[in-house]
Design a protein around this ligand. Structure first.
Ligand SMILES: [Zn+2]
Length: 527
């Protein structure tokens, strides 16, 4: 007699040495199926996972030889979650830093720094790095004196939410060549130089931190990410998988700078990278065609409010029509599916024009402000709207100001869904946390922090939001991939708060546990 157990208590594939394809069958007892059962149903089913797929669903299923058996005790079993827009290296760095985004004033941010230095000081000689401040909304000024008052001899570097400013104490100003700077607040090129310097870590260190971030994502029910990191990451992901980071599927994108290399190697979107247990695929060809709302660089048909008459009042187009068409032709003829960053309505119209001319399909990333006639074009051309709902919660006040009179067609997810446009949800981590429940909450409720919903007419139905987070799956079916998540409550009837704080009991990738907690493991007898 012997027993068999899932890899470990709060398991992930990290470092266990078990190749994903060697996973034993798993029998999940007493599941309620998301999208099939309702909260009132007393029904429970058993679900058998074998060879990476859902092999059988029924009541009282027999235990196959060598199977792991886990009693879900009425918990909800649904399709595993994808985050379709992640910058994973950046996220791995940022999630280790102090989040000061909740600070409503410079003084409040400084006090968060003081608290962290008391509770969790960095190693001697190391700086404290924080991120997420939005000084545009503060009544007081961020000054180095405010930080000096709490930082002692620790250098402090705070990076703004939009990454275009950094705020330093006197120690950090000296360390970065700005000793004696009058305020300690650096902008644009100076800011980028400081944030690049504090982000420089060795590849080994970064791989370790990315592995931790991947495990944390798996613990939120994530089974896959589209990594749009700006450096070509496909080989690095192969290396990370070989080193034991096997808890996520990864589609690794490519930017124009590396397009030639990818084309030269014959890598097409969807190609599986060898020796990655099938976990790493070539992703889309990303191209950025405008800026962002917060920096007033998203390319719009109309001027930003307050900038009328300024030559930059309508934002910035970073690609001319011809160059964009050329790029799309080049990528798509090599088998790479385009992912076009477009935020303003003019950028979206231009991207749709180019995608229509080339006829290549693909996605538009962000699609934040849309001319109503373009909503229908997404549907007609089969272009995926790849949206990051939490951005709307972060930016609603900025949009109300800069896009006043236009917000009814901004973040217009309801209109897109109604027109039959395929949606996919993402976080754009590190801009928002890598947590698809947060994205779903924002999509379904369009509210946060106890505020009234913002343009509630543009809410997504829960089922639509779930499908947009799972590659189109809303329930677990026989024959489907065994990428699954177990939750304490039904995500389709969850409140905003319940979604944001969703308790994930287990995650499975190809029928193998990548996260497991709170569950009863039944002892299994093997012959
Ligand atoms: Zn992004």
């Amino acid at each position: 007699m012997s027993t068999s157990q899932p890899s470990s208590g709060t398991a992930s594939g990290q470092g266990t040495g078990t190749a994903p394809e060697e996973a034993p069958p798993v029998l999940l007892r007493n599941a309620r199926l998301t999208g099939v059962h309702s909260s009132e149903d007393a029904d429970r089913v058993d679900v058998l996972l074998r060879d990476g797929v859902v092999a059988e669903i029924g009541q009282g299923l027999a235990v196959p030889d060598g199977a792991e058996v886990v009693d879900l005790d009425g918990r909800w079993l649904g399709p595993g979650l994808w985050d379709s827009h992640v910058h994973m290296d950046q996220w791995a760095l940022v999630r280790r830093r102090l989040d000061v985004s909740s600070a409503g004033s410079a003084a409040a941010a400084a006090s968060l720094v003081g608290e962290r230095l008391r509770s969790q000081p960095p190693a001697p000689g190391q700086p404290l790095i924080g991120y997420g401040f939005q000084d545009a909304l503060w009544a007081d000024e961020p000054t180095r004196a405010l930080l000096d008052a709490v930082s002692g001899d620790v250098p402090v570097v705070l990076v703004s939410k939009d990454l275009h400013s950094v705020w330093l104490d006197s120690r950090a100003l000296e360390a970065h060549g700005h000793g004696g700077h009058p305020t300690g607040l650096l902008r644009e090129a100076d800011a980028f130089a400081v944030s690049t310097a504090v982000s420089a870590v060795s590849e080994d260190q970064l791989d370790e931190w990315v592995g931790e971030a991947a495990e944390a994502a798996a613990a939120r029910g994530v089974v896959g990410i589209v990594d749009l990191e700006m450096t070509l990451s496909v080989d690095r992901w192969a290396r990370r998988v070989a080193a034991g980071t096997t808890c996520l599927r990864v589609r690794a994108g490519v930017y124009p700078a590396d397009l030639d290399e990818v084309v030269g190697r014959g890598l097409r979107t969807g190609d599986v990278v060898p020796d990655t247990h099938g976990l790493v695929e070539m992703g889309p060809a990303k191209i950025i065609t405008d800026g962002s709302l917060g920096t007033r660089t998203a390319w719009c048909h109309d001027s930003y409010v307050g900038m009328e008459g300024d030559p930059a009042a309508r934002g910035v187009a970073t690609y001319g029509r011809e160059a964009l068409v050329d790029h799309l032709k080049r990528a798509s003829s090599a088998g790479l599916v385009p992912a076009v960053h477009a935020i303003g309505d003019a950028a979206n119209a231009s991207a749709l024009d180019a995608l229509e001319e080339v006829g290549c399909g693909g996605s538009i990333e962000h699609a934040q402000l849309l001319d109503p006639v373009d909503v229908e074009r997404f549907a007609r051309l089969g272009i995926v709207a790849s949206i990051q709902p939490e951005h709307a919660m972060d930016d609603r006040d900025v949009a109300d100001r800069l896009w006043a009179g236009r917000t009814g067609r901004s973040y217009a997810w309801g209109s897109l869904a109604e027109a039959g446009v395929r949606l996919q949800l993402g976080s754009d981590a590190p801009v928002a946390p890598l947590d698809p429940w947060v994205a779903m909450a924002a999509a379904v409720w369009r509210a946060r922090d106890g505020r009234d919903p913002w343009h509630p007419e543009q809410r997504l139905a829960a089922r639509t939001a779930l499908a947009a987070s799972t590659g189109g799956r809303t329930s677990v079916e026989v024959g489907s991939v065994a990428d699954l998540v177990v939750t304490e409550i039904d995500p389709l009837t969850a409140t905003d708060h319940d979604l944001r704080t969703m308790v994930v009991s287990a995650t499975l990738l190809g029928g193998r546990f990548t996260h497991l907690t709170h569950l009863t493991l039944l002892t299994l007898l093997t012959p």
